[in-house]
Design a protein around this ligand. Sequence first.
Ligand code: PAF
Length: 277
Amino acid sequence: MEVISSITQLRARLAGECAIAFVPTMGNLHEGHLDLMRRAREHGSCVVASIFVNPLQFGPNEDFDQYPRTLAADCAKLQGLVDVVFAPSVNEMYPAQQTVFVEPSPIADELCGAARPGHFRGMATVVLKLLNIVQPQVALFGKKDYQQLYIIRQMVAQLNLPIQIIGGETVRAADGLALSSRNQYLTEAERSEAVFLNRTLQSMRAAILNGGRDYELIQQQAVEALVSHGWLVDYVEIRTRQDLRRATLDARNLVILAAARLGKTRLLDNVEVCVEA
Ligand code: PAF
C-alpha cells in the first residue's frame, strides 16, 4: 500500500490502471469505512482511498479544527484493503483560493443543508475535484449520509461523469447506533442515549408499516419523543427515495431521515421503508 500526498505523484501511480474503485473519506476510519473498502475491491483491481478533511464543507462555527485527524492509525487499518491512500494537504487541494464551485440542486438547501448552509456546495466541490484527480470507474459512499449520496449521484449524472456510484449500507454498533467519526465526541451518558435516534426512526418505520399514513403526525411525535429525551432536533422527515421530496400518500419507496444534536454532537441516521400498494 502506498501513501501519496501529491496530485502529480498520484496521477503517475494511477496511469495505466483501468479498473479503479475509489472511496473518498475524511479519515478517522471506522468499520463503516472499512466495509466500503472491502466492497470497493469487488469493483476494481486498484482500490484507492482518500483521506482529506475538507475545509470547504465546514461552516465557520463547526468542528473543522476539532475533527479527528488520525492518519497513521487510518493507514494501519487500510493495510491489505487498499492499494493507494491519497492524503493531500489543504494546500495541495486548494493551492489558490477556490473560486469555482459545484452548485448542487436546490435539495441541498433542505434537510442537512438547512442547518449547514454551504455544506453540500463544499462537499460536492471537493468530491468533483477528487473524482477528477483519481479518475475512478467506480466510487463508493456510505448510505448513512443519505442526502450526500443523493447529491453526488445527481452531480455525476448531470455532469456526465463516466463513474458508477455505489451506496454502501450503514454499519451499526451492536445497539443500533450508526457508526460515525463524530460518535467519539459523545460522553458516556450521551453514548447510551444516542441509540434512541435509531429507535425513534424504527418506531416511525413500524408505524408506517402498520398503516400509519399521517406522515406529519408521525414526524411530529418523533420530534417530541427526541426532545423529551434531551435532543435538539434539526429535522425528522419522511421523504421519497427517488427525489428526496416530502412523501406523498401515493409514494411507495420512502426514507425516514433525521439529524439531531445530543450535547455538542450532531448525529444523523436514516431508515428506508417500502409502503405496500
Ligand atoms: O462523507 C465524507 O466523509 C465527506 O463528506 C466526503 C464525501 C469524503 C467529502 O469530503
